[in-house]
Design a protein around this ligand. Structure first.
Ligand SMILES: Cc1cc2nc3c(=O)[nH]c(=O)nc-3n(C[C@H](O)[C@H](O)[C@H](O)COP(=O)(O)OP(=O)(O)OC[C@H]3O[C@@H](n4cnc5c(N)ncnc54)[C@H](O)[C@@H]3O)c2cc1C
Length: 569
């Protein structure tokens, strides 16, 4: 199987009431692994291998030959390409497609494996977290945030597969609506409109709006950057070579400070690949700064303290930031209006999805996640500063241990009896930093987002929560019998429910990320001493090297960030 799920035996404590850890939870995970654990690309490659008659002039001991003229070079110590693209994520897939279209010879290196079929299924999206297609990063504690999480560390999933995080994210924004939207989701949108937020497209000119968010899906399946930009050309264009399970560990830079290739590791072996034109780094906001630093580009003192020769002294890793939110206020949906069903129905829904030609049942939906609204907490602000985005839960299990509940997120998203609307500060002021791992620079980096360092970050959250709680008086809520659960969460019980102090406590204790980190290879004009890349995304001080992913954003956008930035890449 290409997909290996979260290991429940490792994460489930003994004697827990969480359904995800029950015998049904184990059966369910095993069931979806059997149904969706393989990858369409693996199957295509297998059938092409069978078709191959060995006549291709490119076939020799250094190449695997496929039918349709497709070849994938491997086990060569040295290859020559026009461009090498590091990371097949949201940005890397787009830029690769454009270069190949322009007849350049491109090597695309991806650390993860092929994109497994499970990533196509909207209703199973939370089960990707903690699995083998997630880098499974965690933040370092700062004593002001994530206090209720294990070790005071928040989880920071990142996609490790073809398509990168676009293969595991919540799909909000683009192309088309999900075919299945449930009643509680519509309740949220109606309640927001009753309170004065226009029902409109927040991706349009005016962001002050609410709607069921658009998603990058088609016919009930996710369209990742891999599906949109690589698959259509991968087995047709001879000038494209894709290598999965190939992690780049260093950009090669000559004595004239010119990038000319990379070193990467595949199946325990090291390889060198050479690029005539450029090396393009698109490993994402965590791995791109890590790779630059491993290659000698970064803060001189930090690199030298780790024995890395400094080539360009730049502020790589600084300016790390993210939208910030918390989980904690839960809207209870009484029986009849909850979407919970029995175990047999869940299994049947999943089978219907798998076998059905038209994928428009519950599993083609993503729960309440796309019930989204934006507001300005003060009229004079230049842009909306709060986004509401919903998370859905089984209330009793969630309230008993919110942190544990969130860490074992394998239950399908369409089934729930409570919505946890997240009041998200989309213009945070706190800034953190990313460092290389002190004991093993190649290992997991030290991720210090420094959430909620600045007290100002609470101001919009407190105002946004007041607005949120007022939704309880809307007709939309009353019609559904929905109300905010008054049960206080562990760690914040000494505060009055709904008070500012309670909100601050929830935010510090159950800090949460929408997983939009940016800023670690900041773009800026000549003269900006903190910039790592110029406005054309070229690394300052090193020729033939660009960074083109989310790490280059100087400031996080106010909305979902995937496609907006991708166009620049
Ligand atoms: C769980 C989750 C939910 C999200 N929800 C949304 C949403 O609903 N809407 C939205 O707009 N955004 C969402 N995002 C954010 C969005 O997906 C990211 O901002 C976007 O994918 C970032 O693109 P990128 O190209 O910078 O990095 P990525 O898409 O993360 O791609 C980086 C790629 O590089 C590979 N790589 C890294 N290091 C190396 C190396 N050394 N060698 C080779 N390959 C390497 C990685 O494996 C990965 O495939 C979400 C993110 C997550 C994780």
């Amino acid at each position: 199987m290409v997909w290996e799920p979260l290991n429940l035996t490792q994460v489930c404590p003994a004697h827990t009431q969480q359904t995800a850890c029950s015998p049904f939870g184990y059966v369910l995970l095993n069931f979806i692994t059997q149904l969706f654990g393989d990858s369409v690309d693996r199957r295509v490659q297998e059938s092409l291998r069978k078709l191959d008659n060995g006549d291709s002039e490119n076939c020799n001991q250094n190449y695997t030959c496929y039918g349709d003229g497709y070849t994938e070079s491997y086990e060569r110590e040295r290859d020559d390409y026009d461009f090498i693209v590091v990371g097949a994520g949201a940005a890397g897939c787009v830029v690769t497609n454009r270069l190949v279209e322009n007849n350049y010879k491109v090597l695309l290196l991806e650390a993860g494996d092929e994109q497994p079929d499970i990533t196509l299924v909207p209703g199973l999206s939370t089960s990707f977290l903690g699995s083998n297609i997630d880098w499974q990063y965690y933040t370092a504690p700062n004593g002001k945030s994530c206090l209720g999480r294990e070790g005071q560390r928040c989880s920071w999933p990142r996609g490790k597969t073809m398509g990168g995080s676009s293969s595991i994210n919540s799909m909000s924004y683009y192309v088309s609506h999900l075919p299945y939207i449930d009643r509680p989701s519509f309740m949220m949108t109606k309640a927001f409109t009753e309170r004065g937020i226009p029902l409109a497209d927040f991706n349009g000119a005016n962001q002050f709006a609410t709607m069921q968010g658009q998603t990058f899906t088609l016919h009930g399946e996710r369209i990742s950057a891999n599906y949109a930009y690589i698959q259509p050309i991968r087995y047709k264009r001879k000038n494209l070579t894709v290598k999965v399970k190939s992690e780049v560990t260093k950009v090669l830079i000559d004595e004239n400070k010119r990038a000319y290739g990379v070193i990467y590791e595949k199946n325990g072996r090291r390889y060198t690949a050479v690029a005539k034109n450029e090396v393009i780094v698109s490993g994402g906001a965590i791995n791109s700064p890590k790779l630059l630093m491993l290659s000698g580009i970064g803060p001189k003192s930090h690199l030298e303290s780790l024995g890395i020769h400094s080539i360009a002294n730049l502020d790589v890793g600084y300016n790390l930031h993210d939208h910030v939110t918390f989980n904690g206020y839960a809207i209870h949906l009484p029986k009849g209006n909850s979407t919970l069903v029995d175990e047999k129905t869940i299994i049947n829904d999943i089978l219907d999805y798998k076998l059905g030609k038209v994928k428009n049942g519950p599993i083609s939906g993503n729960g309440a996640v796309n019930s989204i609204a934006f507001i300005k907490t003060e009229p004079y602000l230049p842009a909306e500063d709060i986004q509401y985005q919903c998370y859905n839960v089984i209330l009793k299990e969630y309230l008993s241990n919110p942190a544990l509940y969130e860490s074992i997120s394998t239950y399908p998203t369409p089934y729930y009896d409570a919505i946890v609307p997240r009041t998200m500060n989309v213009a945070p002021e706190s800034r953190g930093r990313l460092y290389l791992n002190k004991t093993n620079p190649n290992g997991y980096p030290y991720i210090y987002p420094n959430y909620l360092d600045k007290k100002e970050d609470f101001v919009p959250i407190i105002k946004g929560v007041k607005f949120l709680l007022s939704l309880e008086n809307t007709k939309a809520f009353k019609d559904m019998g929905a109300y905010f659960s008054r049960e206080k969460l562990p760690g914040c019980k000494e505060y009055e429910w709904g008070s500012d102090e309670y909100t601050v406590c929830l935010t510090r204790t159950y800090t949460s990320s929408p997983y939009h980190p940016v800023g670690t290879c900041k773009m800026g004009p000549v003269g900006d001493k903190t910039a790592v890349v110029d406005p054309r995304l070229r690394v300052y001080g090193v020729a033939n090297l660009r960074v083109i992913d989310a790490s280059i954003m100087p400031v996080v956008y106010e909305r979902a960030i995937y496609y907006d930035r991708r166009k620049r890449g």
